[in-house]
Write a protein that binds this ligand. Structure first.
Ligand code: SF4
Length: 346
């Protein structure tokens, strides 16, 4: 399947595994309200790898956590919108239904496996618990499945890993165990929140290649949360760019990389090493993400945007650039004539 065809799945009638529509949530805080998500819409089709990219405070991790209802229930309020996995409304689902979805239909891979693995229990014990809980296998069959899963993750000595405690393994090996655990119940969706940020660059690439290889083999969709545009360009079929709790640009990765239409996306891209001449410093986007408790009117990127104009005091709607490829941008200057391929904001 081509990337363009994958982007068109929803148009052709294939139901997405994850659908988020106009989702807004707030975190009530002392004397203020943090507007964490402000009308987020995105979807992930079966088998695709979709990136969500943005700086800290963009809402990408909140989106990931909320997708599996992993945020503390009393900490937030849903102000609008919907979120469903395989057609199941996740926002109203009861806890016992959520337990069935988590692991079986959709699983999560976290940045630091030590937070997800129990440090006091051997890896094998933890894997058996998950497999037996979701698949009702005998202990013998579950153990055989766990060994096979670890071997499938290119772990040379699965028995040794099964007998290890998490702290006895390297960071890369722990993340392979987490990926094995995530795939153990053959979920249709994996949500990976900065899964390799804690790893060095070489191991990071190995782990992501493994994740993609196994997802492609099984037809599993991945929602990859990252702040790293280079990872998006290498691993994602489509990408959503988030800023201040909203999607500001989306599309097939190759199109967004080659022809970004939102100045924020252009800023993220200008920080890539391949965009920089030898001897030049990497560019960063000037300014800071606005306070989510006091978002400015209009375009929230205005104070950092080299192209800001009076019209930007009004919030720009998502403008459709290519309906078939689901390519959109929320900028008054989304038309191609406004940006040349070389021009970058200073
Ligand atoms: Fe910049 Fe205006 Fe576009 Fe916002 S709408 S990104 S301020 S040009």
């Amino acid at each position: 399947m081509t990337m363009h065809a994958q982007a068109s799945n929803s148009v052709l009638g294939t139901s997405p595994v994850l659908t988020i529509d106009n989702l807004s949530i707030e975190f009530p805080a002392y004397k203020s309200t943090v507007k964490a998500l402000n009308g987020v819409s995105l979807h992930v089709n079966p088998g695709e790898i979709v990136g969500v990219i943005g700086e800290s405070g963009s809402g990408k991790s909140v989106t990931a956590m909320l997708s599996l209802r992993l945020l503390p229930e009393r900490a937030y309020q849903v102000k609008s919108g919907s979120l469903s996995i395989l057609g199941r409304d996740m926002l109203s689902a009861r806890e016992k239904d959520l337990l069935k979805v988590r692991g079986r239909d959709a699983a999560m891979i976290f940045q630091e496996p030590m937070t997800a693995l129990n440090p006091t229990r051997r890896i094998g014990r933890q894997m058996l618990d998950v497999i037996i809980h979701h698949q009702q296998l005998s202990k013998t069959d579950a153990r055989a499945k766990a060994v096979a899963l670890l071997r499938d993750m290119h772990i040379a000595d699965p028995e040794q890993v099964m007998n290890s405690y998490p702290f006895e393994l390297s960071g890369g090996m722990r993340q392979r165990v987490m990926i094995a655990l995530a795939f153990s119940c053959d979920p249709q969706l994996l949500i990976a929140d900065e899964p390799t940020t804690a790893l060095d660059v070489t191991v990071q690439r190995q782990v992501l290649l493994l994740l993609r290889e196994k997802a492609r083999e099984r037809g599993t969709a991945i929602l990859l949360i990252t702040h790293d545009m280079a990872l998006v360009s290498q691993f994602c079929d489509r990408v959503y760019v988030m800023y201040t709790g909203a999607v500001v640009e989306q599309g097939v990765t190759s199109q967004v990389m080659a022809d970004p239409r939102h100045p924020y996306t252009r800023g993220l891209l200008s920080g890539l090493p391949e965009q920089v001449e030898p001897g030049q410093d990497l560019m960063t986007i000037p300014g800071q993400v606005p306070n989510l408790s006091a978002l400015p009117e209009g375009c929230t990127f205005r104070d950092r945007c080299a192209y800001a104009m009076p019209k930007c005091l009004q919030r720009p709607p998502m403008q459709v650039i290519d309906a078939v490829a689901d390519r959109k941008s929320a900028c008054w200057l989304s038309e191609p004539s406004h940006f040349s391929a070389q021009e970058m904001p200073s």
